[in-house]
Ligand binder design. Structure first.
Ligand code: G6P
Length: 362
């Protein structure tokens, strides 16, 4: 078993370190010089499509939420995202003009599979973004995009999420191009950023050491708020979920601008706020949200390329040319931080209590 971990302490750690490579595999042949290519997709996939519906669970749901920003921003297609277990029983309206996308690492999650069946039965076009070929979902859906992350063993998903997000980002550009909604200039800028993703996923010794040191401070307290705006909101949800899953500490992800509508009442020094502060997206907005929390004495850890005078702790990320590159580097920081906290608490990082890798029952 040790050999399989290639010298890493846990599969999760190995999988965090693998992300840079698997994301390169995932982009291979799809990220071309001047365009995005998905040969596996039916070329008429967007014919008659006016909206996108996404269904998923857990971490895959967070990839879906991230995608909803990118689909609307780039492809100009309205996009709704629903947790699969909610979708199933809400008597959803299924319009034939919508493309139904499910996202799943395993391709076997019962609720997501049922949602896919409902969409198929209603005659919708379907697409699955999946890590396991020949899984129940890839056999059922009209179209499949494989994420090529390799086998993921850690129950807390890491590399599946980064590859899903890269696929969805590429897909938003592919759709944008098909619908003639993106200029060649913007597309080139996006493609350039995509090529840099593997670099932003590299784990540096310095970053790993920093999260190891910080993990000592963040073991106690009333709980955690992970906050961010735009795509950094789903990333905040993912950071909180990682911490809950493997450290068993209470954590919530929240849209930064929403804190004042309730959660800020909890602020005190025992409340830890992890603030995602990208330089390239709404920096001033999130800054003022963090200032409000700091004024109420919350303990603040900022993750940002820019130093912020009110933070108690600061994890410095690289300056980057695109907010999605900041997104991927911050993802790695959040994964490492939760793993180091979990290790310090003596938990089994790869097999957290009460959780299963794949939930095949309702
Ligand atoms: C389980 C796993 C999560 C995963 C979720 C969805 O709860 O513990 O890590 O995100 O299922 O799994 P899927 O295979 O559909 O992505």
């Amino acid at each position: 078993q040790f050999a399989q971990k290639d010298g890493f302490r846990f599969f999760m750690e190995k999988e965090i370190y693998e992300q840079s490579n698997v994301v390169s595999d995932c982009m291979l042949g799809r990220l071309q010089d001047e365009e995005i290519l998905f040969e596996e997709l039916d070329s008429s996939i967007l014919n008659g499509i006016k909206e996108i519906n996404i269904c998923a669970c857990g971490t895959s749901y967070h990839a879906g939420l991230t995608a909803s920003y990118l689909f609307e921003r780039h492809s100009k297609i309205r996009c709704n995202v629903v947790i699969a277990s909610e979708f199933r029983y809400k008597e959803p309206l299924l319009n034939k003009n919508s493309l139904f996308i499910v996202i799943s690492q395993s391709g076997e999650t019962a609720d997501t599979l049922e949602a896919l069946k409902m969409a198929k039965n209603a005659g919708l076009k379907t697409l699955v973004i999946c890590n396991v070929d020949n899984s129940s979902m890839t056999r059922l859906a009209d179209n499949t995009i494989l994420t090529r992350a390799g086998i993921e063993k850690g129950v807390a998903s890491t590399k599946a999420f980064s590859t899903q997000t890269v696929v969805l980002w590429m897909l938003s550009l592919y759709f944008a191009k098909q619908n003639d909604k993106i200029s060649q200039e913007v597309l080139q800028k996006e493609l350039h950023a995509l090529r840099e993703v593997p670099k932003s996923l590299i784990v540096s010794d310095k970053m790993h050491e920093k999260t190891r040191r910080l993990s000592k401070r963040y073991l106690h307290g009333h709980g955690f708020f992970f906050i961010g705006r735009d795509v950094f909101f789903p990333l905040a949800l993912e950071g909180a979920l990682k911490l809950k899953e493997i450290s068993y500490l209470h954590a919530e992800g929240y849209p930064a601008g929403e804190m004042k509508h309730g959660p800020i009442a909890l602020a005190d020094p025992e409340l830890f706020t992890i603030a995602l502060m990208p330089e390239n997206l709404l920096y001033d907005k999130i800054k003022s949200n963090v200032e409000e929390l700091s004024a109420r004495d919350s303990t603040i850890c900022t993750i940002s390329p820019l130093e912020f005078e009110l933070s108690d702790d600061f994890i410095k990320t690289q300056e980057a040319s695109h907010y999605m590159l900041e997104f991927f580097e911050m993802l790695v920081v959040l994964q490492l931080l939760s793993m180091e906290i979990s290790i310090r608490l003596g938990n089994d990082v790869d097999m957290p209590r009460n959780l299963a890798k794949s939930v095949t029952v309702e």
